[in-house]
Write a protein that binds this ligand. Structure first.
Ligand code: NDP
Ligand code: MG
Length: 381
């Protein structure tokens, strides 16, 4: 039995993680979880999974919940995320909270030698060097949940990592893959949220439409697999059937395929090194699909992907700036405060104005993150 603490339990990845725990109740249990502001879902999860510790975003909600569920410990805020991530009875942290707010909890869990199943890619983008060096120091395994990185990982099993010549990340192209830049000027929030293949949270769906999601994933791949940026390629693959590929120096390419269902990579991260059955899941029928398509990405059309390569190659606090500016700009777009293409304008301006600091410590990263969000907010006013 693996005991899991789950951050972001009420979100898209969080709820799909609960599906897997439910499917394999003899293998996994939720001993602690953190939610944000969705208190009705939080109550449902408490009733079904009977955790011992629960965190929510706001103190008042923690107080109200503690009246209703007096046998459970409640905590809240950023400290609450750390409390859940380091809960003594958990051996695995599944981090599916949204945004760089997941960083401190991840580092705290690493120091407690938990296995870290990570969906929370913003943490790896903003402070990948800290996460990986602490994980090495404390011997905490970092297990990817993101489908592309799970595909890369699965395509590396039994191989010598020194034989890898290239990582190929596939990208669906998002909601606007067939639009020209001119057509992108007046797209709506509703159109942007309509992803062709995957059902995901709002922020990552917008990131998919700008291709910033793929940019974050290029950085995530560089961090997780210690690969230089000129050996990480992005390939548009509209069907989202090949989840990513690894090319070896003998020219062989290993790929992982499957229907677009996040529960498979979530389960693999939790069950590794075992592979558990997925009885309820849809199986891939290639004959039915018939054809798979591939094309190169146009970095002039998808500028966010270009920003991510630039930031990744530079390293340092520019990564934090890019990520925080993106989180703030996407938030503003989702509130109807800015147009779609202004997301990239904001990120570009914040990156251009930044004096880069190499090898930042945690305090510097948290400071730069906060300042970047503040500056974006004041720009919007
Ligand atoms: P959602 O928006 O669906 O869920 C986010 C979760 O985080 C919710 O449980 C939310 O709580 C919680 N949360 C948000 N802010 C806070 C906060 N300040 N304090 C505590 N909890 C908070 O996001 P997704 O599930 O789509 O994505 C989560 C992470 O996984 C992201 O990093 C994303 O990039 C990554 N990911 C997602 C994939 C997907 O298919 N969705 C695929 C690959 C990676 P509440 O709702 O209760 O307010
Ligand atoms: Mg992904």
């Amino acid at each position: 039995m693996k005991s899991i603490s789950l951050l972001g339990a009420t979100g898209s990845i969080g709820l799909q993680t609960l599906d897997i725990v439910r499917e394999h109740a003899d293998e996994f249990e939720i001993v602690a979880f953190a939610a944000g502001k969705n208190i009705e879902k939080t109550k449902d999860i408490i009733r079904e999974f009977k955790p011992k510790l629960v965190s929510v975003q706001l103190e008042k909600d923690a107080y109200t919940l503690s009246k209703e569920f007096s046998h459970i410990d409640f905590t809240y805020g950023t400290k609450g995320l750390v409390d859940v991530a380091t809960f003594s009875e958990a051996t695995v942290l599944l981090n599916a909270v949204l945004g760089s707010i997941g960083l401190e909890a991840t580092l705290a869990a690493i120091r407690e030698k938990k296995a870290i199943a990570i969906a929370n890619k913003e943490t790896l983008v903003t402070a990948g060097h800290l996460v990986m060096s602490e994980a090495k120091k404390y011997g905490a395994p970092i297990l990817p949940v993101d489908s592309e990185h799970s595909a890369l990982w699965q395509s590396m099993q039994g191989e010598n990592r020194k034989s890898i010549s290239r990582l190929i990340l596939t990208a669906s192209g998002g909601s606007f893959r067939d639009k020209t830049r001119k057509e992108l000027e007046n797209v709506t929030i509703k159109e942007a949220l309509n992803h062709p293949n995957w059902s995901m949270g709002a922020k990552i769906t917008i990131d998919s439409a700008t291709l910033m999601n793929k940019g974050l994933e290029v950085i995530e791949a560089a961090v997780l697999y210690d690969m230089p940026y000129d050996k990480i390629d992005v390939l548009i693959h509209r069907e989202s059937i090949i989840h990513s590929m690894v090319e070896y120096h003998d020219t062989s390419i290993m790929a992982q395929l499957g229907t677009p269902d996040m529960r498979t990579p979530i389960q693999y991260a939790l069950s590794y090194p075992e592979r558990l059955p997925r009885l309820a899941a849809e199986r891939l029928d290639l004959a039915k699909i018939g054809q798979l398509h591939f094309e190169n990405v146009d970095l002039n059309r998808f500028r966010c992907l270009d920003f991510a390569y630039q930031a990744g190659k530079m390293g340092g606090t520019i990564l934090t700036v890019m990520n925080a500016a993106n989180e703030a700009a996407v938030g503003a777009f989702l509130q109807g405060e800015i147009k779609f293409l202004e997301i990239e304008d904001i990120i570009e301006k914040m990156m251009n104005d930044h004096m880069n600091i190499q090898h930042p410590d945690l305090e510097t990263i948290l400071h730069v993150d906060k300042e970047t969000r503040k500056t974006v907010q004041s720009m919007l006013k």
